[in-house]
Design a protein around this ligand. Structure first.
Ligand SMILES: Nc1nc2c(ncn2[C@@H]2O[C@H](COP(=O)(O)OP(=O)(O)OP(=O)(O)O)[C@@H](O)[C@H]2O)c(=O)[nH]1
Ligand SMILES: [Mg+2]
Length: 365
């Protein structure tokens, strides 16, 4: 067990150095060419931005200006064949929506799979929830309070029942939004608070504060004995493709610590790589090219290293940010991500449902 205050001071409070990046532009887009003014070494040794001809971007005015947005596209942008196969059709969208709507846990006691989205500030957690809701609503809406402040927008634990198509019941999925993990160690979620959420102790609507760790005595509505339905059944890490090379060095260590503790609780983890439209011009124009983009394949590899997980757990996503209308290809990518998440959530139920546990014990004897 973690004692709240002790843990806060034990190196788990994401004590990461301050990163002073140029703020996002007002439309929420983070200019790719903005080389951050940073007081720390970047997470990877490959932060140098290059043009199509692979020459380095060295001119400071070039690195500060938000234009052009896609300077680090590799020489050969398009792979000969996609490295994952996707069916970009209206039929596939319908089929994925039906699969998700009819998803039922392999555990009768739990009405819905609770999936926690975790990631740095502004990585696109709330946007993912809004985007998925938009697909099922049939129009772009912003229900999950997407923000644009670099200090972080979401402060509370908020659970969103994903509803099936209009008029239909809830799907078997609840997406839980949280405060962003801080990059400066001062304002974001602590490891202690994250694990309290995963274990099911944190009440809905709890407002996180790094100064007030979640505790049985201090937190109003603290769930002392969480049941299976209160717990988190899958964690989806959310990282921003356009920031992969500039996230602070300590973030990788933080992810690895987190992954270890979450794995110890028997909870499977996947990851969403958002903002793919901001690292590849071709994908921004046409999302069906996402698995043919050498740049995105490269960023996926970097995300895998950052998170300490295989790329097979990671899916690229383009959230709705400035669009007013749905696009079938964007929907297919978003729904595939939900389908991917549900497969790992179900593993939790297979391992932890009482009837399966009894069976497992019998087989082990
Ligand atoms: N272009 C683009 N913009 C995105 C994408 N996902 C999110 N955004 C934008 O990124 C900004 C931050 O998104 P949020 O969804 O608020 O991020 P968050 O992780 O919930 O942030 P906090 O709650 O502050 O931790 C918003 O301006 C979004 O519109 C994406 O896939 N592509
Ligand atoms: Mg948010």
């Amino acid at each position: 067990m973690f004692s709240s205050v002790k843990e806060k001071n034990s190196g788990f409070n994401f004590g990461l150095p301050v990163l002073t990046t140029k703020p996002s532009s007002s439309n929420g887009l983070t200019p790719l060419t903005a080389a951050p003014t940073t007081s720390v070494q970047p997470a990877f040794g490959t932060t140098t931005l290059t043009r199509d001809d692979n020459s380095e971007v060295t001119d400071s005015s070039e690195t500060r200006e938000p234009r052009p947005q896609f300077t680090f596209l590799g020489g050969q942008l398009k792979l000969e064949s996609p490295w994952r196969n996707m069916d970009w059709t209206e039929e596939q969208k319908t089929s994925l929506m039906e699969t998700i709507t009819s998803y039922r846990r392999s555990c009768e006691e739990v009405p819905q799979a609770r999936v926690l989205l975790l990631g740095p500030v502004s990585s696109g957690k709330s946007s993912f929830i809004s985007s998925v809701q938009s697909v099922f609503n049939g129009r772009v809406t912003n229900r999950a309070m997407v923000g644009s402040f670099s200090s972080g927008f979401t402060k509370k634990l908020q659970s969103f029942n994903i509803r099936g198509k209009k008029g239909e019941d809830h799907t078997g999925l609840v997406l839980c939004d949280t405060m962003g993990m801080s990059e400066d160690g001062m304002t974001g979620l602590t490891l202690h608070d994250i694990l309290s959420v995963v274990k099911g102790h944190v009440p809905e609507g709890h407002k996180f504060s790094p100064d007030q760790p979640v505790s049985a005595s201090e937190t109003v509505g603290y769930v002392k004995r969480p049941s299976l339905k209160d717990k988190v059944h899958c964690v989806a890490f959310v990282v921003d493709a356009s920031k992969i090379t500039t996230y602070p060095k300590g973030l990788s260590t933080t992810f690895k610590q987190l992954r270890k503790h979450i794995s110890d609780l028997g909870v499977h983890q996947v990851a969403l790589l958002t903002h793919v439209d901001q690292v590849c011009l071709q994908t921004a124009k046409d999302v069906t090219g996402v698995y043919e983009s050498r740049t995105i394949q490269d960023v996926m590899g970097k995300a895998a290293a950052l998170l300490g997980m295989s790329t097979s757990y990671i899916v690229p996503v383009k959230n709705y940010s400035s669009e007013l209308d749905l696009d079938v290809n964007t929907d297919v990518l978003l729904l595939s991500a939900v389908d991917h998440i549900l497969q790992y959530a179900d593993l939790y139920f297979q391992d932890n449902a009482p009837q399966n546990k009894e069976l497992k014990t019998a087989l082990d004897l």
